[in-house]
Ligand binder design. Structure first.
Ligand code: AKB
Length: 375
């Protein structure tokens, strides 16, 4: 059902999954940058702290095609940040529901972008977060041999989520370059979808905790230590995948969005910032929240550990981090690369993360987590 656009459509930048971890960071960053045309879409009511930063906040489901037609009728959209997705662990518990949201929902958004481009005659930038989950390393030895993988290697995902993300990468390229190629009124010239995609590693935020992902062990471990709670890590100490901080992830998304189309040699880009093992992360966390002069004793006075938490009465003991691998989730992490080659992103649009591993903790995580849990 194509609805004729109302003459007085509002200009809008659409953000799906607006209430998620990424959505929180992106909306704040765009609002701070002066954007006043943000249209937030999420299945849940938008967070009260974000509402004033949005022109509109819509509660709805991206699998609802009629909803997207209404969006087309009411907004003149030039950019879409399509963040809504069910992550890897959650998707394994209901793969078909994941496919519905992650793929069918994405096709609805791509069609909206195509309709918008056709109606106002300008490219619609479609920013799509893909993931290292598109890779399938085929076992620990192959993973160790492969090292940092390039975008065109090892594309045999072992999870529904990974399959969904890889499918959407291809669908995005199709809508951008081949959409309705046999139709007489096929899109021509600039009235097209401008699909730009980043394969994100695990993302670590100081302010929000992820849910439903398999890279979640890292942020969970850090936040548990900050709260003085014991943490049993669901992967082995030697488990290794790449990570990035949330501010660097958002900056990358905006940098690719603003990049000159002529400079882009591909639609999909790897990015990475640091790739520590789970054991190395635990060591850093212990150091920061550890005994002597570490965070804990200074922190304990600010935020006494919650009753019954490992931190209680700790007053200086190191955080209680143990490793109790979950075989299946470990299998997913083992199927992901130890690191990725992001030279194309650095070359084409100047990707350059501010936080390496040390800076991620020193400059971003510890100061903000301290402030965050102290209030
Ligand atoms: C997940 O763990 O599912 C995500 C991802 C790596 O894409 N965080």
């Amino acid at each position: 059902m194509t609805t004729t656009p109302a003459p007085s459509r509002h200009a809008g930048t659409l953000i799906t999954g607006a209430n998620g971890e990424f959505g929180h960071g992106l909306i704040r960053t765009l609002h701070d940058a002066g954007r006043r045309d943000l249209v937030a879409l999420d299945v849940h009511e938008i967070d009260a702290s974000l509402r004033p930063m949005c022109r509109d906040a819509i509660v709805g489901d991206i699998t609802d095609a009629a909803l997207l037609s209404r969006l087309h009728a009411n907004y003149e959209i030039h950019s879409i940040f399509h963040l809504a997705a069910l992550l890897s662990t959650r998707s394994e518990f209901n793969p078909e529901a994941a496919h519905e949201v992650n793929v069918v929902g994405t096709v609805h958004l791509l069609k909206l972008a195509a309709d918008e481009a056709a109606s106002h005659g300008h490219p619609v930038k479609f920013m799509f977060p893909s993931s290292i989950a598109v890779y399938g390393m085929g076992g620990l030895e192959a993973k160790a041999r492969a090292g940092a993988v390039r975008e065109d290697q090892c594309l045999e995902p072992t999870t529904m989520y990974g399959c969904n993300k890889l499918a959407c990468e291809h669908l995005g390229r199709y809508y951008a370059r081949h959409y309705r190629q046999l139709a007489k009124d096929r899109p021509r010239g600039s009235g097209r979808v401008d699909f730009r995609c980043i394969r994100f590693p695990g993302v670590i935020s100081a302010f929000t905790l992820p849910s439903g992902g398999t890279s979640d062990y890292a942020p969970e471990m850090i936040h548990a230590a900050a709260k003085g709670e014991a943490y049993a890590c669901f992967v082995r100490e030697d488990a290794r995948i790449p990570f990035i901080t949330m501010p660097d992830a958002i900056e990358a998304l905006l940098k690719l969005h603003d990049a000159d189309a002529k400079a882009l040699t591909r639609t999909v880009y790897n990015i990475t910032a640091f790739a520590p093992s789970a054991g190395e992360i635990a060591a850093i966390v212990r150091r920061h929240f550890g005994a002597s002069g570490g965070m804990a004793s200074r922190f304990a006075s600010l935020c006494p550990p919650s009753p019954g938490s490992a931190g209680e009465g700790r007053g200086g003991g190191a955080p209680d981090i143990s490793f109790r691998p979950d075989v299946e989730r470990q299998g997913i992490v083992d199927s992901w690369p130890a690191d990725v080659d992001d030279s194309a992103a650095r070359q084409d649009w100047g990707f350059h993360p501010r936080h390496d591993l040390a800076a991620a903790f020193e400059e971003y995580l510890i100061p903000n987590i301290r402030a965050n849990y102290a209030t």
